[in-house]
Design a protein around this ligand. Structure first.
Ligand code: GSH
Length: 210
């Protein structure tokens, strides 16, 4: 059975957990305690030199060291339900929204958190190298997030799903990213009824409550 290296509180491995659950792919879980710095221990570095979670290790020992790899593998081995779009145009929409959500929402929140949290002093980026915090990036990240949320609210006003005509990877990335905004005390629902309604629907899916 594949082994998922996970940390329950962190948003990136949550994306992988939800994806695997929605696909019905069974796996074992190993906890990597990010709060204790276990991702930097030699034992974990030997598995994933990027020193991040999630990592999925397959039965033959193949290491999938990020969400992009885990998603591509899961869709290939378990095509149902399709999470990367059903038609050519839907695949394009899912890829586009997933990329936008990562760059303009997820990363904006991470910029705020990682450049302000006292616990992340000297660790402003994940990975094997230490980087100093840059407070200006936190100010910029907060502005970027608000711009993104206002655009996303408009997008969701006449849509049931983030991209395409069914639940997809874009819904997973969006829901995890918007929950992550709580870490920097941004209430994404306030004044954004379409986002609030869609989030309430996501919260009813069992995979989002693991
Ligand atoms: N691109 C990676 C990003 C993974 C990532 O940044 N994970 C964070 C947890 S949310 C991490 O492992 N952080 C380790 C650290 O902060 O040192 C993915 O999505 O798979």
């Amino acid at each position: 059975m594949p082994i998922l290296y996970d940390f329950a509180r962190a948003p990136s491995p949550r994306r992988a957990r939800i994806l695997l659950a929605e696909k019905g792919i069974a796996h074992e879980t190993r906890n990597v305690d990010l709060a204790a710095g276990e991702q930097l221990d030699p034992a974990y570095r030997a598995i994933n030199p990027g020193c991040t979670v999630p990592t999925l290790v397959l039965d033959d020992g193949t290491v999938l060291g990020d969400n992009a790899a885990i998603t591509a593998w899961a869709e290939a081995v378990h095509p149902e339900p399709p999470l990367l779009g059903r038609t050519a145009v839907e695949k394009a929409e899912v890829a586009s929204w997933n990329a936008k959500l990562e760059a303009e929402c997820f990363m904006a929140i991470a910029e705020v958190l990682r450049n302000t949290a006292p616990a992340m002093k000297g660790r402003a980026l994940p990975g094997p190298h230490d980087y100093a915090q840059i407070p200006e990036l936190a100010t910029r990240g907060r502005a970027r997030l608000i711009h993104f949320l206002d655009r996303f609210e408009e997008h969701m006003q006449h849509r049931e799903w983030v991209a395409g005509s069914a639940f997809s990877l874009a819904d997973i990335t969006a829901a995890v990213a918007l929950d992550f905004a709580g870490w920097i005390k941004v209430d994404v629902n306030a004044g954004r009824p379409a986002i609030a309604a869609w989030r309430a629907k996501m919260a009813q899916r069992p995979a989002f409550n693991l």
